[in-house]
Design a binder for this molecule. Structure first.
Ligand code: TXA
Ligand code: MG
Length: 310
């Protein structure tokens, strides 16, 4: 069996698996992760291989609380402490200079490390029992859609992988990645916005997803279904082909294969997005057409994922 209901016994089994250099998928509040022991180079290597992920694309290290940061990074200042106080446990990842003792393999060869403290109870239990940092990218093949259920993970990797089933993820898109190396800079937008961050740190810079290269996982086509995908504006006179699955907020297309009604607020939309894209792939759509949401701050993380999956 691959998917395990999380009980003290199965979470302990997962922790033992990590301890012996294995790989386990576990839920977080954002998406499911593919976890391994940060300090075990061969376990790290298995994760890269399983995902077919380029070795220069660093992973996020998950920790239980701020008392663990000193074993991983330097430069943890008051701004970081305040951010952690406000947003951890939760979907904010901080990038800082890494300690020499952390294998560079776990950080894509970078001299920095991305750290976050997840809030999902199963992730917390696993971190407690494993009692060490867990490196975990999203549990999907490189470039594909992140998984938001245990079944999605099994669909990606088959029945060989141990998956702890924590139900559908609350947020549905990946964490905000914030570099704290110099001026706080958002490398990947997420549900925690630059405005919220700037209330704690002052000025926050943002990067454009197509050009910035200091976070390799945030360039190019990513988070993408197998089916060709395009965005359309609700006011355009659109002709969708009849094999299309159409994700709508307001528009009402006719003569298409299937219409999925998406929520009109950004956080509920985010929660439903990846499952909808996977569904469109699964029912054999010839095209996925997505109605453009409004271009406001609240929607930035969703728009980022939509632009990169199209
Ligand atoms: O919500 C999430 O962040 C999920 C859950 C499982 O925690 N994880 C996740 O991991 O999305 P992944 O590997 O799919 O994405 C990690 C992102 C990539 O865009 C990567 O480039 C960036 O974080 N990243 C990691 N370490 C970095 C570093 N040292 N410097 C810059 N960017 C880094
Ligand atoms: Mg990913």
């Amino acid at each position: 069996m691959t998917i395990y209901s999380p009980t003290p016994k199965t979470v302990l089994k997962a922790a033992h698996k990590l301890r012996s250099g294995g790989v386990v998928s576990f839920p977080t509040e954002t998406v499911y992760g593919l976890g391994c022991d940060t300090f075990n180079k061969s376990a790290v290597s298995i994760v890269y291989k399983l995902k077919s992920r380029p070795r220069n694309n660093p992973m996020i290290t998950h920790i239980l609380n701020t008392s663990w940061v000193n074993t991983l990074c330097t430069g943890w200042d008051n701004r970081c402490q305040n951010l952690a106080q406000h947003f951890w446990p939760g979907p904010l990842t901080l990038v800082l200079p890494k300690k020499d003792s952390v294998p560079t393999e776990a950080c894509g060869g970078f001299n920095t490390i991305a750290i976050r403290c997840p809030s999902h109870d199963v992730a917390v239990q696993l971190l407690k029992l494993f009692d060490g940092p867990i490196s975990a990218p999203s549990a999907n093949k490189h470039g594909h859609i992140s998984p938001t259920t245990a079944q999605h993970v099994e669909d990606e990797f088959g029945k060989q992988l141990m998956v702890l089933d924590g139900g559908p993820c609350e947020k549905g898109i990946e964490s905000t990645v914030l570099s704290m190396v110099n001026t706080p800079t958002v490398l990947r937008p997420g549900s925690i916005t630059p405005e919220e961050i700037s209330k704690i740190t002052g000025r926050v810079e943002t990067t454009t997803t197509t050009t910035q290269t200091n976070s390799p996982g945030t360039t190019g086509r990513h988070y993408a279904p197998n089916t060709p995908t395009k965005l359309f504006n609700k006011d355009d006179v659109e002709t969708h082909n009849n094999g299309a699955v159409v994700l709508v907020i307001e528009s009402a297309p006719k003569n298409v294969k299937h219409v999925i009604h998406m929520p009109d607020n950004a956080s509920d939309y985010a929660k439903k997005l990846y499952a909808s894209l996977r569904y469109a792939d699964a029912i054999g759509a010839t095209q996925i057409c997505i109605e453009n949401p409004q271009d406001t701050q609240r929607w930035q993380a969703v728009l980022d994922r939509l632009h990169r999956c199209c």
